[in-house]
Design a protein around this ligand. Sequence first.
Ligand SMILES: [Zn+2]
Length: 84
Amino acid sequence: MSRMERCPLCRAAHRGGAQCHRCGADLTLLLTIEDQAEQWRVRAMADLANGDPNAARTAIERACKLKRTPYDSILQAFLSSDRG
Ligand SMILES: [Zn+2]
């Protein structure tokens, strides 16, 4: 589920493990944070589908605190304009 593409320390391409194959950095925490952000993002979409934009806004804010993506910014702007 992770979207990490490169090791933050040595920039080696990430091959999917919990450790960087090149420098041996422990990526567990970063991967966990990315997964948690992704879960909040999924939650936001579910809240939106359920007609609860306030809950969706809260969920996407939590995702952004963990890891902000361009997608989050778009969704936040959408939810903000929704409130009027
Ligand atoms: Zn590395």
